[in-house]
Design a protein around this ligand. Sequence first.
Ligand code: GLU
Length: 553
Amino acid sequence: MTNQELADLIFPNITKTVEDYELMYPKRVLPEGAKVVRFAPSPTGFMHIGNMMSATINYCLAKSSNGVFFLRNEDTDQKRSVEGSVDFIYHTLDYYHIMPDEYEYNGEVVGSYGPYIQSKRIEIYHTFIKYLISIGRAYPCFLTSAELEEIRAYQSKSKRRIGIYGRYAKFRDVPNEELAQRIKNGEKFVIRFRSEGDFNKKFIFEDLTKGKIEMPQNDIDVPIMKSENLLPTYHFAHVIDDHLMRTTHVVRGEEWMSSVPLHFELFAAFGFKMPKYIHTSLILKKDGDTIRKISKRKDPEALMFFYEEKGYPYLAVIDAVLTIANSNFEEWRTNHPDTPFYCFPFSPKKMSSSGALFDLDKLDNISKNIIAKMPAETLYEEYLEWAKKYDEHVYNLITNHKDDTISFLNIERTCKKPRKDYENYSSIYHKTWYIYDEEWDKEEITYDFGKITDKDEIKKIMREYLNNYYNESDTEEVWFNKIKELCDKLNYCSDMKKYKEKPAAYKGNVADFTTIMRVVLTTSSMTPNLYDIMKILGRDRMQHRFEIFLKKY
Ligand code: GLU
């Protein structure tokens, strides 16, 4: 029985050929140097920060080279598939503005190299597997799970390499007649690749990040088609899909690095050109004094839900990811503060090969800068959008008090060095709640007084100020002169220099004095410009805040 006859027996309905698919998916016509890249997640979990890094790098590589970025849904592990995972991938790419040029989602197919969902490509895989069988480079293997387990246990006990190779590849040289008979008997089988590699020989390849790598050649007859659903394994699908979709650069996690010798052999078996590889580093985090791999189970920031729920602007997350992806990103960002991130010339060589340390403080810093640069109206809209999804109370509050919210967010914003108060949208409320009257009824109010805590003294100052000094129409200069006047009158020193010479001669200085008003009006000693806060509140509301204070003391 010939190999072709065996192939026909296993795949009687496959009538297309490898050549047919080559013609269907011709080489892409693209400008010189254009990169064709893909993001190929498996819907077996929710999009995490490692996925995000791959997707962002891919997007940059495609955009900066006028290339193509496509999304491929690698859903061949159907047992582990997680509901909602595909939707979240799509949503995340959209949310972070890193949408692929080609994809398939909710029945919509964009691009002519699809299907972009692996489970819809079975006929393609079978055609290529059929071809491998016909040239003697693949065969059905009938080892049962119990037999496989026995081999594994033996190999591990006798400290041998694990896998089906050499004499463990029991069906490799069984005559086609016997294989055919077993198939006709209905025995379960997988299709294995027939490796021609030699473990004692070297395989050398150039990873664009890690440089020249030397590994033993592959000699394992890996399964390329599983018995259930007749779906391909990752290794096989990678080779076929990235060939037919004309991928030029594969960006993937470094856990795949050890499979490169196998992938090389598979590409070579078909005579395909291998894409270039960029194996991305593990994402690490600091945990006390140690540095460890970020964990989807232990670290909420490992999953992309976290950043949306906290309300980080999408650009902050992208910049934070690129900061750990490339050592020169920060410098590039400093020199190009307003350039879109995807113009960044990502360089695989500038990716740390030992691991990328992700640091939430760094993200907070990046985010504070981005939020500080937004016009108040834009920030309000973003904040509102976030609240709509994540915080109903805040949503209602800022919807009902739109003008006050924008005016407050605008304090010290339009100047050269705007305030950097907020690292994300969920932190805004905690620093702004006091501008909303209704929050004063609910909150268990605690005042954060500084040096002056004597309640009678505070009452005296507030009374005098509100009755005889405050005027809503004063300019900031007049307002401050009045404060200084009252300050001196009550024996606080309005001149810092004078105060420092003889502090004991005064009850306090002008800063202590304004702190009193600041705390009575906001409860906090750390707020934006008091003049602006008073302007937003106006006399009546200031009076009301003072009454709340009086009621409490
Ligand atoms: N589906 C694989 C994964 O999620 C993709 C690896 C690759 O990009 O080739 O790890």
